[in-house]
Design a protein around this ligand. Structure first.
Ligand SMILES: Cc1cc2nc3c(=O)[nH]c(=O)nc-3n(C[C@H](O)[C@H](O)[C@H](O)COP(=O)(O)OP(=O)(O)OC[C@H]3O[C@@H](n4cnc5c(N)ncnc54)[C@H](O)[C@@H]3O)c2cc1C
Length: 382
């Protein structure tokens, strides 16, 4: 069987890895419009958080509890360290903390509830909401995402049954007489027994109308912050979420042995947009985040904001998360929307997509939209 994966972000890279590890797969081709990995991929950022807790959503929390081990497995396979189990702390009321801790523990995550006094004592540099308690997840952390993508691409490049095709932009994907066909912007074509499309926020352009029109594009601004030198390091911190009056602000800590700055953002800096334009953070969003974090981090210095960037992701309009779709009898599979949380789930999602592509019984992810993909009519040639 020959499988072609279109898109070399975290989902495409890991799906290609899972395919080549499967018996019976003779060849895996991975194509990307840019280099592999591409600097413009949503995944190709400095840090991504891996954590189990999804407040008020026990099923999602249970599914996410497997992400920690999933990333440790990927590290072992590709032989590079990029996952740092810094932990993740979510602020919330004391009552909610007990309930969420019970869900996390039942899901197999290692976690503790912290009282308002614990928070004040252990994390004096963070201004938590008045009376706030918290849940600290130990089986959580941050992935140095750009390092991870490079390591995965290197591993794939060393496999004799894998061919990497950077700088090949697909303009159409279809099925002709049971064979998958990809047409490229350079006029070339490629055929494969199975095709997996994992083109992140560009999916709307490549996929047929029925899916494309059911996706919402989001744009999120994030600040890069290097805490002023001479103050106690922030590198012993977990990722912290649930900050601010609306409990929607979060930051990722600095990571030992990495030059990645802290990353600061809030749901209020994420908005639906019509199109992917540039990645330059508008002044008002940058200032909004500076105002938010001035209230949240002790000694916050706006001059220590060393950069900002905007990223994009697509979400399924109705359920607001990722979306997997099968075209026809399953010659073409599309991870049509990644949602704002697919990086952490990527090891599980990639296994499930690869299983479906090779015709194996799919390993469940616990994510409804992946375990019950949308079925669409086959796409033929125009
Ligand atoms: C600001 C921000 C913060 C986030 N934080 C987190 C987090 O902390 N934890 C978490 O779990 N998730 C997080 N996410 C979500 C996560 O980053 C994404 O869900 C994930 O990276 C999507 O990966 P992907 O492989 O689907 O897409 P991408 O990484 O975008 O990869 C798509 C690839 O397809 C290629 N491509 C596109 N069109 C074509 C074409 N026509 N032909 C060939 N190649 C093509 C692109 O060049 C690109 O390389 C965040 C997202 C944003 C924007």
């Amino acid at each position: 069987m020959r499988i072609t994966v279109v898109g070399g972000g975290v989902i495409g890279l890991l799906t290609a890895i899972e395919c080549v590890r499967t018996a019976g797969v003779e060849q895996v081709d991975l194509v990307d419009a840019g280099p592999i990995p591409s600097p413009s991929a949503t995944s190709n950022d400095r840090l991504r958080v891996v954590r189990a807790l999804h407040r008020g959503e026990p099923a999602l929390t249970t599914a996410a509890a497997a992400s920690h081990d999933g990333w440790l497995d990927v590290e072992r396979l590709v032989g590079t360290r990029f996952y740092h189990p810094t932990g993740a702390l979510t602020a919330m009321s004391p009552e909610n903390a007990s309930a969420e801790l019970a869900v996390l523990t039942a899901a197999g995550a290692k976690a503790w509830a912290l009282s308002p006094l614990d928070l004040a004592k252990w994390y004096p540099k963070v201004h938590f909401p008045e009376g706030s308690a918290g849940v600290l997840e130990a089986t959580a952390g941050v992935v140095l995402a750009d390092h991870a993508l490079v390591a995965m691409a290197r591993w794939l490049g060393a496999q004799p049954r894998v061919r990497l095709h950077p700088h090949r932009q697909a303009v159409a994907v279809c099925e002709v007489d049971g064979t998958g066909v990809i047409r490229f912007a350079d006029g070339g074509t490629q055929t494969a027994d199975k095709i997996v499309v994992a083109t992140g926020p560009w999916s709307r352009e490549l996929l047929a109308g029925e899916v494309g029109s059911d996706l919402t594009l989001y744009r999120q601004s994030v600040l890069s912050y290097r805490p002023p030198t001479g103050r106690r390091s922030w590198s012993d911190m977990p990722a912290v979420l649930g900050l601010g009056p609306d409990a929607d602000a979060w930051f990722m800590p600095t990571v030992p042995l990495s030059d990645a700055p802290m990353r600061l953002s809030a749901a209020s800096a994420c908005r639906p947009v019509e199109a992917m334009t540039d990645r330059v953070t508008p002044d008002q969003c940058r200032q909004h985040l500076i105002d938010v974090f001035s209230q949240l981090l002790q000694g916050f210095d706006p001059a220590a904001v060393v950069g900002s960037t905007d990223g994009f992701y697509l979400s399924e309009r109705t359920r607001g998360g990722p979306l997997l779709a099968a075209y026809g009898a399953g010659t073409v599979w599309a991870f049509a929307a990644c949602g704002g949380m697919s990086f952490k789930f990527a090891p599980q999602i990639a296994k499930a997509i690869a299983d479906r592509a090779v015709g194996a019984s799919p390993r469940p992810t616990g994510l409804d939209s992946i375990d019950r993909p949308r079925q669409l009519a086959a796409v033929g040639e125009e």
